[in-house]
Write a protein that binds this ligand. Structure first.
Ligand code: CMP
Length: 147
């Protein structure tokens, strides 16, 4: 059964020109990129997307980071997409990833716990909510790359 997940290349990932390498890793791992768009998040969008973290001490810093430049948002599809994309990106803390998961995407392009260059939905329920946050089900903003 195919499953969808939401991937985001964060501002540091775009700014560091990691997009090509990240997309290659995505396609080499058997995902289909169903939709993609590059957008500049404003404060409201970043705060809405990360609402579950609004009480955390790092929230304002996270919003500042996520609005510091454009992001590339993608809907990925394959069997077991949510878990497999989380595995491919590696641990949240990119400095840990460089040691424990050196072949992960965060080891390649991330820097720290906050500046970890990519996002992945943490569950099937999160994926449904996050995809609906950015993409209109009926819209034709549709590209299909790979598989
Ligand atoms: P992400 O997987 O997109 O989910 C929430 C983001 O908040 C996370 O990646 C990091 O960018 C950031 N984050 C998570 N935990 C912390 C933390 N303890 N300190 C600073 N930033 C964090």
């Amino acid at each position: 059964e195919k499953e969808k997940t939401l991937a985001i290349i964060k501002p540091d990932g775009l700014y560091g020109n990691y997009t090509e390498n990240i997309k290659k890793a995505i396609l080499d791992s058997g995902f289909t990129i169903l939709k993609e768009m590059t957008i500049q998040l404003d404060d409201d969008a970043a705060m809405g997307f990360y609402a579950e973290h609004s009480s955390k001490g790092f929230f304002s810093s996270l919003v500042k980071y996520m609005t510091s430049g454009p992001v590339l948002i993608m809907v990925l599809e394959k069997e077991n997409a949510v878990a497999d994309w989380r595995t491919l990106i590696g641990p949240t803390d990119a400095s840990t990833a460089k040691i424990t998961h050196p072949h992960s995407i965060r080891a390649m392009c991330g820097m720290t716990l906050e500046k970890n260059c990519v996002h992945g939905s943490d569950s099937f329920q999160s994926a449904e909510r996050e995809i609906a946050f950015f993409f209109d089900e009926k819209s034709s903003d549709r590209v299909v790359i790979g598989h």
